[in-house]
Ligand binder design. Structure first.
Ligand code: GLC
Ligand code: MG
Length: 278
């Protein structure tokens, strides 16, 4: 009997037990061979995975059926603590990785990825950015819990936010400051290091795990998810997406992006079917 056939048989025999923690520990380094990864599944939380409880439960069930072959990653604008609370309150599946603060932090279990933190710190001048932003009264700081060393977040609730953001960008350029501004849901402003956003964090994780873009799927609903869709790999935009992401899709979307015709996690399920994944 050839090696691959033995491997396939072992794989089939063990698959029903693949969520057993004892078995996973025992197999540790051979796990990838025995349960090869089928998909790096990356989803935003608020208004994508979460928003319709029945849809979240249905998707969870679908993902659980293939859990051992999935790397589940949640990518959110929330802080790590707030994302953990949501995972617990909404009984979301335990993720393998958690990308928080709009791509500024990557956690594996409780551990912050120090390499990603170092990469973002290069050329990042938080204090000067904070001083420049404070000169814009329209930018109201979000609570301290939503700020982190690589993220300054504000609320901008004015009739023409684009004018304020353009003026802020000009200030950064004049001061030679490397920073990017991410606008979401018509009111949230995040100022981040140029290398930090959900898409770049995803690319870093994909390389770290050695997963090809063919095996990567991203899902989102708002402006801070646009960078996810700018990376190679398939993407699902749920039908309840915010205007800024729909605008992005209508001007930049490609055939590997799917605008679902159903909302929240129903849209993810529909997109999985559309792409023939899982
Ligand atoms: C989440 C975060 C907030 C951020 C927003 C958009 O709501 O809590 O800080 O501005 O996402 O990225
Ligand atoms: Mg969202």
């Amino acid at each position: 009997m050839t090696f691959w056939l033995v491997q396939e048989l072992v794989c089939r025999m063990l698959r029903p037990y693949s969520d057993n923690i004892f078995l996973r520990n025992l197999l540790s380094s051979n796990l990838e061979t025995i349960f090869p990864m089928r998909l790096l599944f990356i989803t935003d939380l608020d208004n994508t995975l979460v928003g319709d409880d029945a849809a979240t439960i249905a998707l969870n069930e679908r993902l659980l059926a293939d859990r051992s072959q999935l790397c589940i990653t949640y990518s959110t604008g929330r802080s790590f603590a707030s994302a953990r609370r949501l995972i617990e309150n909404r009984q979301l599946l335990e993720p393998d990785y958690l990308i928080t603060g709009v791509g500024t932090q990557i956690h594996h279990q409780e551990t912050l990825d120090p390499e990603w933190a170092d990469l973002l710190s290069e050329g990042w001048n938080r204090e000067t950015i904070a001083t420049l932003a404070a000169a814009f009264p329209a930018l109201q700081p979000q609570p301290d819990t939503e700020q982190n060393p690589w993220k300054l977040s504000f609320l901008l609730e004015v009739a023409t936010p684009e004018l304020v953001l353009a003026a802020l960008e000009r200030q950064f350029a004049a001061a030679n400051l490397a920073a990017q501004i991410v606008f979401s849901s018509g009111c949230d402003v995040d100022i981040l290091p140029t290398g930090a956003n959900k898409g770049n964090a995803t690319a870093y994780l994909r390389q770290h795990l050695g997963v090809s873009s063919d095996l990567t799927l991203v899902c989102g609903d708002s402006g801070n998810d646009a960078s996810l869709f700018q990376q190679p790999g398939r993407g699902i935009i749920v039908s309840n997406a915010q205007p800024e992401l729909l605008d992005w899709y209508h001007s930049h979307g490609q055939s590997h992006h799917h605008l679902a015709d159903s909302p929240y996690a129903w849209g993810i399920l529909a997109g999985l079917k559309h792409f023939g994944l899982l």
